[in-house]
Design a protein around this ligand. Sequence first.
Ligand code: NAD
Ligand code: TYD
Length: 357
Amino acid sequence: MTILITGAAGFIGANFVLDWLAQTQETVVNLDKLTYAGNLETLASVQGDARHIFVQGDIGDSALVARLLAQHRPRAVINFAAESHVDRSIHSPDDFIQTNIVGTFRLLEAVRGYWGNLPADDKAAFRLLHVSTDEVYGSLAAGDAAFTEQHRYEPNSPYSASKAASDHLVRAYHHTYGLPVLTTNCSNNYGPYHFPEKLIPLMIVNALAGKPLPVYGDGMQIRDWLYVKDHCSAIRRVLEAGQLGEVYNIGGWNEKPNIEIVHTVCALLDELRPKADGSSYRTQISYVKDRPGHDRRYAIDASKIERELGWKPFETFETGIRKTVQWYLANPEWVVNVQSGAYRDWVQTQYASTAEA
Ligand code: NAD
Ligand code: TYD
C-alpha cells in the first residue's frame, strides 16, 4: 500500500514522514516543490529507503499529480503543501493565493479524477486528508471560549484567508462530488526541524547567535502550542478512523502568551548552554513593532477528536519545549544548512521593517 503526501519536505510533513516510516511498512510518495521552506536535509535519514519516493513538483501541476496518482495508486492523499508563514503573507500574498487556493483546487481536481475511476472497494477505502490551521477561525478575545469545529470562519491575514479558502474547497468537493475528505485544523506546532523564521526556532537560533530576540508589540498575544509529533499522531488517527466529510480540531490545551514562550526558551538555554559571561539570554529580548492585523489569541477546543477518536497529546508543553531546545542544541549543522541566501534575505526584509519598537 502507498500514500501520497504533499509538502513533506516542510516542518510538519517531514516529521510525519519520519514517524510514518518508523511505524509502518507503507510506502510514501512525497510531492514537494522545495520552496525556501522545503528541506531535503530533514529527510536525510530516509534517503535511500525504498519506501520513500521523493518527487519535486507543484501540487498545482495537474498533469504531474495525475501521473503520480496513476503510477503509484495511493490509498490516501495527505495535503500538507502550503505557504505557511503569516509575516511572508503580509509582505507578498501572491504565492499564498497560488499554492493554498489554486494549488489545492488543482490537487482536488486531480484526486477527483483518480478517485472516480477506482474500483468500488478502493474507491470506498480512499481518503483525502487536508491539513489546515486554527487561524481560519480568526482571533479570540480574553475570556472567549476556545475554537470548536462550529466556530465561524473569520480569517484575518492573507495566510489564514487562503487556508480558509482551501478548507471551503475541500468541503465543497465532499458535498458536491462525494469526494471522501477529512479536514484537520490544528494550533501552532513546535518541535524538531522547524524552520528558524517562526517564533520558537527563531528565538533559539538568535539567542545562541547572540542576536536580539524580537518580540512583536507587547508580547501578550496568545498561541496554543502543540508538539509536532502529537500533531502527526492526531493526523494518523483521523486518517484511520475519522468520519468522512468531518472536521477535527487538534490542539494541546496549551495557551501561552508569546513573552512567556520566549522566557521559557531563555531559561532552558540558561540551564543547558549557559552564556560565558553568566548573563541570561533574556537580556537579548527586544520589543519591536507589532505585526499588522496581529491576531490576539488562538485557542483550540480539542474535545471532539478526544471524545470521538480517543486521541490525546503525549507531550506536555514543558516536556515538548525541553526536547525542542535540546534538539536544536544537538543539531547546529541542520540550522546552518537551512539558513541559505534566501533565508538571510527574508530576515533582512522582515526585521529591517519591524526594527522600531
Ligand atoms: P512549511 O512551510 O514548513 O512546509 C510547507 C512545505 O510545502 C514545504 O516543504 C514547501 O516546499 C512545500 N510547498 C509549498 N508550496 C508547494 C506547492 N505549490 N507544491 C508542493 N509543495 C509545496 O509548513 P508546515 O509548518 O510544515 O505546515 C504544513 C501544513 O500544516 C500547512 O498546510 C499549514 O497550513 C498547516 N499547519 C501548520 C501549523 C504550524 O504551526 N506550522 C499549524 C497548523 C496547520
Ligand atoms: P509564528 O511562529 O509566525 O506563528 P503564527 O503567526 O502563525 O501564530 O508566530 C507566533 C507568534 O509569535 C505570533 O503571535 C507572532 C509572534 N512573533 C514574534 O513576536 N516575534 C517573531 O520574530 C516572530 C517570528 C513571531
